[in-house]
Ligand binder design. Structure first.
Ligand code: R2B
Ligand code: URA
Length: 307
């Protein structure tokens, strides 16, 4: 795409809408966004989503429904008829819309998240949304910070300790830089308030392709390394500036960069991985902690819309 559009860094039209770089799409009579249960012929995507400025993604359907409800309160938008799951026909993910906010679940891990994200990117392009902003609100394990803290990611790191998202394409592994928008992450971080019940950190995020060995845990069904090996690995990550470990950040960073869309990752930490591997807090505590990224993102969206 860049070869054909010299001088343009990202695939964007002058009005800020997304110019999808894949020319094969032009020959499709209808583009079926299969996992969303929507398409660009039988659905008026522009009428449905044109005002969707913020896409907020998170692992579970339940949490994203809670977030949509929370944003309805923050933005004073009535939800009298109840929140509708807009992907009902697919069942795979859930998507709710509250004014300018789309709340979408993405499941666990990079393949699940990127499947959803690519269809969301096409949705935003077909709906002609100008300059959308995408956030992931997630959970993670922290490195040397108190459980319950929030981390705003400044970059993503993959399991091979590279700042790239690596994916085999036509039998060859390709690497895409996992950069995040520095200004956006700093702005979100600056919205942490000294009176918050939690601390908020800015730092790197490692996205692993596995919850157990991929995150250096000792409590999976398989493990042939020692506790010293684990701690050496986690210490190395920490020295590189990694503050938390989850399972999506490098891919999200890479895909948004490729699409020319600004975005960020804000995760609460459920434990300090230097202290252990098991997630021990009660369900009530974990549910409460999961509201923390919502609070920060809610502040960002409210402030942005007031500008
Ligand atoms: C954090 O939590 C999930 C695994 O429990 C995964 O989606 C992630 O990134
Ligand atoms: N999610 C992860 O991916 N890792 C953790 O340690 C906790 C939540």
């Amino acid at each position: 795409w860049q070869a054909k559009h010299p001088g343009k860094k990202y695939p964007k039209n002058d009005d800020g809408t997304i110019a999808l770089p894949n020319e094969h799409l032009l020959s499709l009579d209808v583009d079926i966004l299969y996992h969303l249960g929507l398409d660009n012929k039988n659905c008026d995507l522009k009428a449905m989503f044109h005002d969707a400025k913020f896409v907020c993604m998170g692992g579970t359907k339940y949490r994203m429904r809670e977030f949509a409800q929370y944003m309805a309160g923050v933005l004073n938008i009535p939800t009298d008829g109840g929140l509708k799951n807009l992907t009902k026909r697919s069942q795979r993910y859930a998507m709710y819309k509250v004014g300018p906010v789309l709340a979408v679940s993405h499941g666990i891990g990079i393949p699940s998240m990127t499947t959803l994200l690519q269809e969301v990117i096409k949705l935003l392009a077909y709906a002609k949304v100008a300059n959308p902003i995408v956030f992931r609100l997630g959970t993670s394990g922290g490195l040397g910070i108190p459980a319950g803290s929030v981390v705003v990611s400044s970059w993503g790191l993959n399991g091979n300790l590279e700042k790239t998202h690596n994916i085999p394409i036509l039998g060859k592994t390709r690497k895409f830089p996992s950069i995040l928008d520095t200004r956006l992450s700093q702005e979100v971080h600056s919205l942490a308030d000294p009176s918050d019940e939690f601390q908020t950190f800015l730092g790197g995020t490692m996205g692993a392709d596995d919850f157990y060995r991929g995150q250096g845990r000792l409590d999976g069904p398989f493990c042939d390394y020692t506790e010293q090996d684990k701690l050496a690995y986690l210490t190395k990550l920490s020295e590189m500036g990694v503050r938390n470990i989850e399972m999506e950040a490098p891919a999200l960073a890479a895909m948004l960069t490729e699409a020319g869309v600004r975005g960020g990752v804000v995760c609460v930490t459920f434990l300090d991985r230097l202290q252990g591997d098991q997630v021990t807090p009660s369900k009530a505590t974990l549910t409460d902690w999961q509201n923390r990224p919502m609070i920060l993102i809610g502040r960002y969206i409210e402030k942005y819309l007031k500008k």
